[in-house]
Design a protein around this ligand. Structure first.
Ligand code: GTP
Ligand code: MG
Length: 138
């Protein structure tokens, strides 16, 4: 079974939406095999989003990710990476399909409630940034 890395972002934890988002995740057939609530350090956020370092919104993105608690997760399932991207919906909630997490809950393109890995290589790197092997229980 494939694994993907998920973050429930500060805009969602602030509105107490962890359980509501997890319900959408589980209803889609994905299993939450690791989960913890943390306060990301600035260094962790900068490392995590290093690929966007040159983008104009990078500073805003890092500020947002350290602005409150996040819930980091590992999700497991058949085609978990693509399935979770589908369940999350488009980056900009204005373009997100009905029933997706971002359509249901996201506030804006920046404060868009969730992150999900975009490929197997990035999933492996992202999972390893936040979880030890023995913290993931499939
Ligand atoms: P992630 O799953 O979070 O990686 O989202 P994504 O893959 O749908 O989008 P992308 O990787 O292109 O961008 C990463 C994150 O940067 C997005 O989820 C947003 O939180 C943020 N972001 C992207 N575009 C903008 C923007 O135009 N303005 C702001 N403020 N943030 C943006
Ligand atoms: Mg991305």
């Amino acid at each position: 079974l494939e694994r993907t890395f998920s973050i429930i972002k500060p805009d969602a934890t602030e509105r107490n939406l962890t359980g509501a988002i997890n319900a959408v995740i589980e209803k889609a057939g994905l299993r939450i095999v690791a989960q913890k609530r943390i306060r990301m350090t600035r260094e962790q956020a900068e490392t995590f989003y290093a690929v966007h370092k040159e983008r104009p919104f990078f500073g805003e993105l890092v500020d947002f990710m350290v602005s409150g608690p996040v819930v980091v997760q590992v999700l497991e399932g058949e085609g978990a990476i693509a399935k979770y991207r589908e369940v999350m919906g488009a980056t900009n909630p204005a373009n997100a399909a009905e029933g997706t997490i971002r359509k249901l809950f996201a506030k804006s393109v920046g404060e868009n409630s969730v992150h999900g890995s975009d490929a197997p290589e990035t999933a492996a790197v992202e999972i390893a940034q936040f979880f030890a092997g023995n913290e993931i229980v499939g």
